[in-house]
Design a protein around this ligand. Sequence first.
Ligand code: NAI
Length: 250
Amino acid sequence: MRFRDKVAVVTGAGSGIGAAVSKRLASEGAKVVLVGRTKEKLQQVNDDIASSNGQSTVFPTDVTDENAVLDLKQFVENEFGRLDVLVNNAGSSGKSSIRDLTVEEWDRVHNVNLKSVFLVSKVLSDLMIDSKGEDRSIVNVASLSGHKAGAKIPHYSASKSAVINFTKALAAELAPGVRVNSVSPGFIETPLTEDGLQNERFQSAIQRHTALERVGKPEEIANLIAFLSSSEASYMTGSDVLADGGWLIT
Ligand code: NAI
């Protein structure tokens, strides 16, 4: 029970990696605030956690909206009076050549992937800095694409490499009270990759390029995020940890 009596906020908690990490933290004792845009999806995760005797609360919101994030802070403060773990996981992708990429699409992806990480960290870290020597942690979800840019995802690649460097800047500033790290998943089976993974050629290209010869599962990233969020990672801050099945070494 690494998170007994701890309070955690997970963004993008309604599906994929966010849902898996929320369940994982709750299974180890955390009270988890499930943040995302779609109430029904959050409610489903909340029900799953309750049926395993975990504790969670649903907070539907748009993490790119400053006022909504201020409301989230107020909620966490009123409800729990503390915050131990923040997982900035909400994200979005999109495929476009640079010629066809519109400014609106560039902004949309940067708003969700980068601005929200800044905004939620800025506002909620206030509740973490008051720490009395207890281990507190922020984990930002970056991507393999933040390390190795790919054609037709210039906006996604740029936003994710920025998350990796933002993480380091934040880690330097919030030390020693709050540890801040990022994770960079490779191809993980979630709603974000669902369409691509239905294409057999794409599937087999991924298998060929991945040392472990398969896509990853959300739970495998949740394991890593839970470790970084726990005091087992007490000497880690400003790190980015790749979990790409060995994509970069092939
Ligand atoms: P997903 O689509 O299941 O999860 C993203 C979640 O973020 C969704 O629940 C969505 O509703 C939420 N979200 C999007 N915009 C939001 C907003 N403005 N406010 C609140 N919530 C919002 O996909 P997945 O794969 O679980 O993605 C989670 C994170 O992992 C993302 O940051 C993604 O970029 C990253 N990632 C995923 C990889 C993959 O292969 N699935 C690989 C590398 C990184």
